[in-house]
Every structure is written in structure tokens, then in C-alpha cells.
Write a protein of this length. Sequence first.
Lengths: 293, 274
Amino acid sequence: MKKRRSSKTTIILYLAPAVILFVMFILYPVINTIYLSFNSWKGIYGSPVNFVGLTNYKQVLQNNAFWKSLLNSFFFMVGGFCVLMPLSFGLALIITSKLRGTKFMKTAFFMPVMLSTTAVALMWVYILNPSYGALNELLRALHLDGLAKDWLSTPGLNIWSVVLVNEWMYAGYNMLIFAAGLVSIPGDIYEAAEIDGCTGFKRLRYISIPLSKESFKIFSILCVTGCLKAFDLVWAMTKGGPNHTSEVPASLLYNEAFTYKFFGKSSAIGVLLLILGVTLSILVNRLLRREEE
Amino acid sequence: MKRKIGKAFIYLFAIFWTVMTIFPLFITFFNSVKDNKGITLGMFTWPEEFMWSNYTQAFEAAHILQAVGNSMFFAITSTLLTIVIGMLAAYILSRKVFKGRGIVYTMFLIGVMVPIHCTIIPISSMATQVHGKNQSWFLILVYTAFALSQAIFLFTGYLNGVSRELDEAAVIDGCRDRQILFRVLMPVCMPIISTEAILAFIAGYGELIFGMILMSDQNKYTVARAMLTFTGGYKVSLGPIFACIIVAVVPMIIIYILFHEKVQEGMLTGAIKG
């Protein structure tokens, strides 16, 4: 019988690549970010790092742009619950119904999420262009000139344009989550309901929605934890501007570091983002997953 | 009667959203073969003549084909690495009892929650220190590291559901750990492996932020970076920009059309379990 490698060596050998990558690219950077957040640094390798205590945090928390960026993240969440959720659920109802062509629709509805976020963002940037963009052209053709706006440069409007493009992109993806819930509802429940005269909207109200509770939970978890991670779409569409009006925390962090070279301040944003992100994840998971037991 | 109106409404909405999803792609395509005059006249108008030269310009000025190739390479290699490294770790976490197992597992679990954006500054300066800027291997390792936590989480969960009798039988047949993992368990885990492969590949191909901070050499640009640089410049011709976007999305559309059922299934599993 061949001699076996001791189990301990195997454990270390097999775990090593994963642990090394984790420590190098996640754990160490996180610790380093926390360290940098208490220092002032210009970001050039070898340039001095000066301890400044809580100054960075003070500056960030007193900065209107930071609070605005948090508000914008909140808008991503609001958009998620008020637009994306009903839309995806509606699409899920359509593709699980007995209509013709549902297979094609399912494939089409889901497609946007496959395209890279940057490509989606750029397609919409040009569609939303104020002078020759397709949306304004359509509005003008319908004699709704008053509604033709500069979608991505008007403060207050720009973030919602980005949020809606986000919903466009992810509607089909979330549709699948709801559709998976809907098809798992046993058919005899619907039959029994039909005998009792429960059809149409009533059926939706008393059967489909309550029995999709699990899907709504999954959606909520993804929506809440996802809203802080928004970056790609914002960056590719507006770069957070004009004048920080469409900034989200991640884009603010990027701008502070790589545009303005305030690496300490940027790290402080990073730490706040980290605390917020992990707390939200744990909170929303606890809140929604506990009920299951 | 009421029912018919309801049905008609549902049909209308279904058609509306189908048009909504496909239309932006069509508009982008039609404008990619127009000149500036044609575009500014109106994005909706049919191109008077198809200017395929816009594509040549996109290839030559934006190096978009090279960028697509780069992103494909980064995405594929990091996906393969994620699967191998993830399976090695998941095998240990699921099958071996040792001190610190809980800690290691919790560590990866937290890894899923860490927002990647708060790691960009240290990773950028680390790249400078180890000469990893503009190096494919560094970017691939970064992609792998960020896909890994989720992979380990999914793989371990799946392996825990695979009967241990399988391993025991293999041990009796004289298999070692390596053979148990790669010959016996890996084939059984194919469904979850393909799920993770899809997730990691899509994420890798479209990735933006690390491509932006780590690659400044145009020959190493990722698709996202190449598109943004090209559109961000003070270019006067719009057609090539649209051509660029079309070239960037075509590979994903082809992959999607070929494997759409598998992709949908994979993304769904990723969403529900992740």
C-alpha cells in the first residue's frame, strides 16, 4: 500500500491558493484602507503618509457630496422596490402564463443583463442625448416637446435616468427569480380557486402574490445589498456629475482618489462603505431569513 | 368581455417590453452604419447607405477587437482559476474536519459581502509595488480573488449535499484526495460548476473598475475601458462609437443565443443561493 500524504498537509495545500488570494486581494486591502483612512496620502508610491487622526472622516461627513451620494444609493433602492419589483413580477407573470411566444419573450427580456454594463450605459447615453437622442426625438415627434429634457445633466433628474436604466437592465434577471417562485405554486391551488370563482386580479391578489413570498424575500436581499454596489452604470453614464449630483458612494470614492488624489479621504469613504455594506447584508439576511425557521 | 380586455392588456405590455429590450440594440446598430449627419438628423431614420467603414475605424482607432480579445482572455482564465481553486478549497471545507474550519468558512462568507470598491486604492498601489500594472496575470488574479468567495460558498453548499458514500467507495478503491476530488466529485458537481463559470465569465468580461485602474496601456485595455476611452475623447464622428458598442456586445449575444437556457438557469441559481 502506498504511503498517503498526511491529512494535515493536504488540508493546507488545498486551502492555500484560496486563502492566499483572499488575504492578498481582500483582507490586506481592507486593512490597508482602514489604515489609510486615518492618514493623509497623495497616492504616489513612496510619498509620505501622515497620520491625521479622524480628520478624513470629519471632512467626509461634513461633505454634502457624501450625503448626496448616500441619498442617490437610497434612490437606487427606492427604484428597486417601486419600479423594478412590480416590473419584474409582471414580466414573470407574463412568461409563466399560457400566452403564445413566452419562450421567445423570456429569452429577450433576460438579454440586457448579458451585455456588459458599460455597453448598456453607453447605448443609453446616446439614446438619452438631449440634441439627437432617440428618446427626445420620439417625444418631439409626439408633440411633447416640453418633456424632452437633458436627461443626464439636469440635477435631480440625472440620477433617476441612471436608476431607470438600471431597472431596464435587471428587469429580466429578477423576472427569473419571480418566475421560479410562480412555477413552484401547485396547479391544483389555481384550479380550486377557479371553482370558488377566484380569477383575474383576485387570483393575483390572493394566490400568486402571497405564495411568492420567498421570491420577494430574495429580491429584497439582492436589492438592498446591491444598492451600495452601484458604480459601473453611474460611472459610464455620468461619472457622478455634473457637480456630484449623480454621485454614488463608490463613484465618489473613485473620484476622490483617482481624480483629486485625496487617498486618505477616499479611504475613509471606503471604510464607511464597508461598514454600511456588511451591516446591511447581515441585517437584511437576518431579518428575512430568520422567518423561515 | 372583461377577461378579454385583461388579456389584451397583458399582450400589449408583453409586446411593449419586448420592443423596449430589443430596441436600444437595434438603434445602436443602425446608427453604427450612419455618418454624423445621418445620426444628428434623427436616430430613428433608416440609414441612407450602410457605412461599414465605421467598423474599420472602430477597429483601428479604438482597437476594439484587441480589447474584446483581452477581455475574453481575462474572463476565461480567471473563470478556470476560480473553479479549480474554489473546488480545492470547497473540498476541504466540506469533507475534512480540522481546527479553524469555521473561521476559514466565515472568512469567505464575509468576502462575499465586502464591497470591491473599498479595496481599489491598496490594490492599485500593490500593483505598482509588484510591477503588476499593465500585467495580465495581476488582473486575472484580482478577478479570481473576487469571484472566489462566491464560488467557495456555492461549491461548499453543493458538496455538502453530495453523499459521502461516494467518497468512501472511492477510498476503498484506493483513491487519494486528488482523485476523489477531480475524478469522482468534480463530475457530480458539474451543475454548480457551470453556474459559477457563467457568473464569473459574465462578471469578468464586463468588469470595469480594475481594468480602469490597473491597465493604462492601450494594448491591454479591457472592453469596458476601451469603450469608455473611445467615447470619452473629443471625437467628432459618432458612427464608429456605435460600431464599438456593437462589437463589444456581439460576443455576449452569441454566447447567450447559443446557451440561453443554461445561462438563465445558472444566473438563477447564483441569485437564489448567493
